[in-house]
Design a protein around this ligand. Sequence first.
Ligand SMILES: *Cc1c(COP(=O)(O)O)cnc(C)c1O
Length: 435
Amino acid sequence: MSNESNNKSTTEADINSLAYAQNFDRNDPLRAMREQFSIPKQADGTDEYYFTGNSLGLQPKLARAAVIELLDSWQARGVKGHFEGDFPWLPYHEFLTEQAAEIVGALPKEVVMMNSLTANLHFMMASFYQPTEQRSKILIEDHAFPSDHYAVESQLKHHNKSVDDNLLLWTPRADEALLNYQDLWQLIEQHGDEIALILLPGVQYYTGQVLDMQRITEVAHARGIKVGFDLAHAAGNIELSLHQWQVDFACWCSYKYLNSGAGSVAGCFVHQRHVENTELNRLAGWWGHDKTSRFKMENTFKAIPSAEGWQLSNPPVLSLAAVRGSFDTIKLAGGMPALRKKSLLLTHYMITLINQELGEKIHIITPQDPAERGCQLSLMINVPGLDGKAMFTALENKGVTTDWREPNVIRVAPAPLYNSFEDVYHFVRILKECI
Ligand SMILES: *Cc1c(COP(=O)(O)O)cnc(C)c1O
């Protein structure tokens, strides 16, 4: 190892050396960001190799501080905390709007942090799935996250629409893992006039495939179809321009690449052209009502003409405090362009090492074209007799935290905020040992 550390060369030939990885880390403008996070420890006290930021992001120190500050404010102020202090609770969600908008490429009036992801999908469908006799179908992908699938099926049933007749599935071709656009265009071509809504992921959770949200929105809008995206695996991972792409609505959670803690408050985007339409059907609550008259406690609902008009309840400030600390951490790093820049290098480094060191033994199902992937790589173990699940457990025993998905995929997501190139080097070394 000391030998390797002295070797500063960064040629292709010795890419598989600790020195190469360490050199990358030295030149990484985000290297100091790791200090902003608490990294779980192995039994011997050293840092885990944590590659599960796609499932649950690590704890930003600023999130911890913001939650404690909130607890202290509650302790000291009681109900007066709604109005007092640097971050009063009554408008607490507003402190997050600008940064949330930046993360997803939206105008501030188009976003709000509220509820949970699946709840927001339902609230958005209450507004954007209004089936008619002629247009009643919803198109999703065949391998949609189960919660999304359940939400869509239950919306159909809620409107007394048969699931068999109204649920269209975009399915990968036989023996292929990735979604093929030709098949989507064909579905839209064939059924366009009957489709009310297309709901797709920005990044597919199983394969890590990034979908072309702009093109999909264009093609769907040309046929009069509304388009929503689930950005659970996209927000905080890739750069987004929801406003410019004309997306109708989008929802995302904040506990994956946004590092705000399990079950924390989700995000919601409604395009400008819809937020001002206060007549749009919605499931309303008092926090979506006009702020100047909210406390007159009258019975006539007057929607706020922004995404806030979809809020139901007064903001869950404990969770929002964690989101605030997490957003401040992303801002400290220079925002999404800085994160994405490092992410592309970090994941490319992992792809190169896996291909070079493990060749045919590992099949990466994630697209290798940088435009079609984010942080995450989905790996299939391609060694006869070697069980993927056993492999996952072996990795865990060596301090590597990855994520196993049935039937046979290990997902690894080097997160640019806290993973280092050295982490990636050790991951591939340990993976090779395990195989
Ligand atoms: C993580 C994830 C969910 C989880 O939904 P919650 O409502 O936050 O529990 C839903 N959909 C997708 C695509 C996800 O990746």
